[in-house]
Design a protein around this ligand. Structure first.
Ligand code: 5GP
Length: 125
């Protein structure tokens, strides 16, 4: 079910539980600002999610309310993870779903990193 990204943060969401260590994940990277882990239902040979440590529902919430340090830390973490996964030379795709029309399912900001094969043109059907 897609979520309404204008609702307040729900600290019972699945990624909040992963951040608190209540649910396991296949961790790729962690620092003060971000956690990266493999998607449970990968859509590409490499499909990693990067989430900020702070409680933000979506990119909208994050870009409006996060501190400059949080934003810098998160953006640098996404770039670092892609580099560490060896995706820069072959190329990769970033995606952040925000709200109902994008079919965002988890109400904690996450950036998808897709790679590991030619991904083709982006299609909107
Ligand atoms: P969204 O549609 O919100 O942009 O994407 C949510 C993503 O989270 C989906 O790709 C889904 O497979 C992934 N996901 C949902 N629950 C879990 C989980 O418990 N663990 C992991 N690693 N990924 C999850």
């Amino acid at each position: 079910m897609p979520i309404d990204a204008t609702l307040p943060y729900d600290d019972q969401n699945i990624f909040a539980k992963i951040l608190r260590g209540e649910i396991p994940c296949k961790k790729v990277f962690e620092d003060d600002w971000a956690l990266a882990f493999h998607d449970i239902n990968p859509q590409a040979p490499t499909h990693v999610l990067v989430i900020p440590k702070g409680a933000y529902v979506s990119w909208d919430d994050f870009s409006a309310k996060a501190s400059d340090a949080e934003i810098a830390g998160f953006v640098r973490a996404v770039g670092h993870v892609a580099r560490a996964l060896g995706l820069v030379e072959p190329g990769y795709r970033l995606l952040a779903n925000i709200g109902m029309d994008s079919h965002q399912e988890v109400p904690h900001l996450h950036v998808h990193i897709f790679g590991g094969k030619p991904l083709g043109p982006m299609l909107m059907r």
